[in-house]
Design a protein around this ligand. Structure first.
Ligand code: NI
Length: 172
């Protein structure tokens, strides 16, 4: 880095994306392992991978705080034949209607169902809801995955449009 000319640095710095260049001290063996992982999993360059790790840690930290507000998904695989389970799932959803943004249901076979619920609300409430649902008899497997919108609150505002919207409009 010390041998890189100032002009070369400036050319390489992605200033237009609002990024800040930092240097890190890392053990060579650790860096080598990391580079190996990046190549094997096609995770992009070191900078992108480090940004991903930092965001992951920030989201984890935010989601670990029960006082915070979270968004996330609850994935369930359950046995449709289990007595009263469907009713109990519907009841649980209605009891937390303000937290359940959407539900996707897939019939996996003649007995098994996959359900994915998009959730939003106080982290403590979402955890309690997930615990209640995952604890129901007949729910075979499931997991709550929490994310956060608060972690990104400081990011620069940009116009928000999804590709699908553009495609839909173009098709009209
Ligand atoms: Ni089903």
């Amino acid at each position: 880095m010390a041998r890189t000319s100032r002009r070369a640095l400036k050319a390489a710095a992605p200033a237009d994306r609002g990024l800040e260049r930092v240097s890190l001290a890392i053990e060579p063996a650790l860096l080598q392992e990391f580079d190996r992982l990046l190549a094997a999993r096609a995770l992009g360059n070191r900078s992108e991978a480090m940004r991903d790790l930092m965001r992951k840690r920030l989201v984890e930290d935010h989601a670990a705080d029960d006082r915070g507000h979270g968004v996330g998904t609850l994935t369930l695989v359950y046995d449709h034949d289990q007595r009263e389970l469907s009713d109990r799932l519907v009841e649980a959803g209605h009891a937390h209607h303000a937290n359940v943004l959407a539900t996707m249901h897939v019939h996996l076979d003649s007995h098994l169902c996959l359900e994915v619920l998009a959730l939003q609300g106080p982290v403590a409430t979402l955890r309690a809801f997930a615990d209640r649902v995952l604890g129901l008899k007949g729910v075979l497997h499931g997991q709550l995955v929490l994310s956060s919108t608060a972690v990104w609150a400081g990011r620069p505002a940009r116009p928000h449009r999804h590709r699908a919207e553009g495609v839909a409009r173009a098709g009209r």
